[in-house]
Design a protein. Structure first.
Ligand SMILES: [Fe+2]
Length: 359
């Protein structure tokens, strides 16, 4: 299967992975052929993209780290603010991650605008747990980190939706309201004495920057709790790769470039390093544009270089970009949607990439 941005999805295409609605019920099943009405509805609901099954990419399998059941239970426990249930879910997530043969975050999460806060919180919990594992945390510490991820944005539920989803630039007053959400999340957990100070400080400080430019306290480097540093990195990554009412979804490669660009000023260097080991720059099933104008789909990543995966071309030929004898001048320019690109499109993509790097 392959991942397609919603703009390129058309009727007649076959769904590669079940699509869930904001209430965690299946909206459209894997194997169903999309109607015109389905496509319009998916766009209205705010999906950034979906997985499509076709003959060219039939053998490319993309698995979510979490089963749909655990993902749904996690969403429910956040929605109900049920800490006891969240602890059970965190245990299941940690067990799943620690027992996986290899952990690679290939699956792009399919979020709607409505389900954003809950799905985002589950993603942050999972990504943070993976980073914690990479940093050698004990299972108990990973469970705490996972819980901190699940509840880090609870305070956002008190921010009016018209501010959270405002498509235009926020006023200073509106931004001040948003900046209060970490403290509100912290306050909501205040009387749960069984939670460690790591969980509390992780939630409170997940928008602090290394250089002191963050909020709510403007803490710098070594004053910021390690849980908060991890939540900060994975929170920004998941937010960038999600489509929101005020922004497009960034490609994984663009989001990773942003994290690297913010190392030491916004983000902790070690945390970004560990995170990069688990997130492929070009996930499996992603469509990419090559520097010669052709487009292809990522078949698998190479251990030698995450920048040079195996790419399947539209004629079915697999190109291994680590084969430097044949493909030394060929590079991946960006994530792409159709099967061909004009020189203008390539120039435009390279310019956008530069702008993000320079941002
Ligand atoms: Fe937040």
């Amino acid at each position: 299967m392959r991942y397609m941005l919603i703009e390129a999805v058309t009727s007649g295409m076959i769904i590669g992975k079940d699509i869930y609605d904001a209430n965690d019920s299946i909206l459209l099943c894997q194997g169903k052929r999309l109607s015109e009405l389905n496509v319009t509805r998916l766009r209205e609901l705010g999906y950034a993209g979906i997985y499509i099954q076709d003959n060219l990419t039939r053998d490319i399998r993309i698995d979510d780290i979490l089963s749909p059941e655990i993902r749904s239970e996690a969403c429910q426990s956040i929605r109900n603010f049920d800490l006891d249930e969240a602890k059970k879910v965190a245990e299941a997530i940690v067990e799943r991650i620690l027992s996986a043969e290899s952990v690679s975050i290939d699956m792009v999460d399919l979020k709607t605008f409505d389900s954003y806060t809950y799905q985002h919180s589950v993603n942050v919990a999972v990504l943070a747990t993976i980073v914690g594992m990479g940093m050698g945390f004990s299972a108990d510490k990973l469970k705490e980190l996972c819980i901190a991820g699940m509840f880090h944005d609870m305070g956002k539920l008190e921010v009016p939706a018209e501010i959270l989803n405002k498509p235009s630039k926020l006023t200073t007053e509106e931004y001040d309201i948003i900046k209060k959400h970490p403290q509100k999340s912290y306050d909501l957990l205040a009387d749960r004495f069984e939670l460690s100070s790591n969980v509390r400080m992780g939630v409170l400080c997940h928008h602090e920057n290394e250089d002191g430019s963050g909020y709510p306290r403007g803490l710098t480097g070594d004053k910021i709790n390690i849980f908060a540093k991890i939540l900060h990195v994975v929170d920004v990554y998941d937010a960038l790769t999600s489509k929101r009412s005020y922004k497009k979804a960034y490609a994984c490669s663009e989001a990773l470039e942003y994290l690297m660009g913010g190392t030491a000023t916004l983000f902790d260097e070690k945390v970004v390093d560990v995170f990069m080991k688990y997130v492929p720059i070009y996930p499996k099933g992603m469509q990419v544009l090559l520097s010669d104008g052709r487009k292809g789909v990522i078949v698998r990543n190479n251990h030698i270089s995450s920048l040079r995966p195996v790419v399947r071309m539209v004629d079915g030929l697999d190109i291994d970009l680590t084969d430097m004898h044949r493909y030394s001048t060929l590079t991946i320019v960006c994530q792409a949607n159709e099967d061909t690109a004009t020189p203008e499109e390539i120039a435009q993509a390279e310019q956008e990439r530069w702008q993000i790097q320079g941002h």
